[in-house]
Write a protein of this length. Sequence first.
Length: 265
Amino acid sequence: MRNIPLTDVDHVVRPIVAIGADYRPGTLLDFHSHRRTQFLYGMTGLMEVDTDDGTWMVPPYSGVWLPAGKRHRVRMNGVSTRSLYIEPVAAPRHSPSCEVLVVSPLLHHLLLASANMPALYDESGRDGALAQLLLYELQLAPSLPLFAPLPHDPQLASLCRDFLAQPSIRSLPAEWARQLHRSQRTFNRLFRQQTGMSFGEWRQQACLMAAVPRLLSGSSVTRTALELGYDSPGAFSSMFRKVLGQSPTAFARAAARQEEPPNRC
C-alpha cells in the first residue's frame, strides 16, 4: 500500500499495517500521534523527528521507533518511507521513549516487501510470515545514539534549541551558566537534572546529530569537523568512531551504497 492515509486502514484487525509514502524535500508533518506504535523507515534522505522529550536525527538505513500515543513531528528531507503501524499488544519493543534503530540489509528488504502487503493480509500465508519476521527483526535491531533530550526549564531549553541550530564543540558550560546567571556548579547540576546527561555528553550528541546530515550531503570530514569546532579531522573522526562504531567516511559510504538501486540481471 502506497500513499494512503492511515485512517483508511487503522481499523483493520491485523498486528501490522504497512504503508509506503514519498515526500518532497522540506515536507513537515506537524505534531500528531497514532493509536498504534509506528516504525518509520526512511529509505533515502534524512528525517528529523521532534517529540516533547527532544530531537532525533534519522539518517538513511535507519528508522525511528515511535511508541503508541507518542506525540511527534517529522521533517522530511527528500525521503521515501516505509511505515509499519503495529498494534501495541504486538509491539516487540517496550521502551516508552523513541529510538533510532539500525536497519539491517535483511530488515531493509523486508520493509521493501511490506509495501505489497494488503491491509487485510492472510495471516496464515506468506504475508503473515513476513509480518512475523518484521516483528522479530525489529526486536533485534540495535539502537543508535542520535538523540538530544530537551530540558523542561524554559530558559535552558531556549539555549539548547539555539545550540542545536548552530552547534560547536567549543561551546563551554561557563558561557551557558553566565547567560542563566548561575554558578557553573549549579548549572552543571541543573543540566544533568533536566536532561539526564552531562553538558559535555549532550554537546557531543548535538554535534554528532549535526554532522550526520553534513556527511550525507557530501561535505568532507575536514570541513564538517571544522564547522563543528573540532581542532582537527582526527579528533572529530575519533569521536564519531567511538559513538557510532565506524569512521565518518565509512558511515557516508555505507549510506550511499544503501541508496543505490539493486542490480538487475
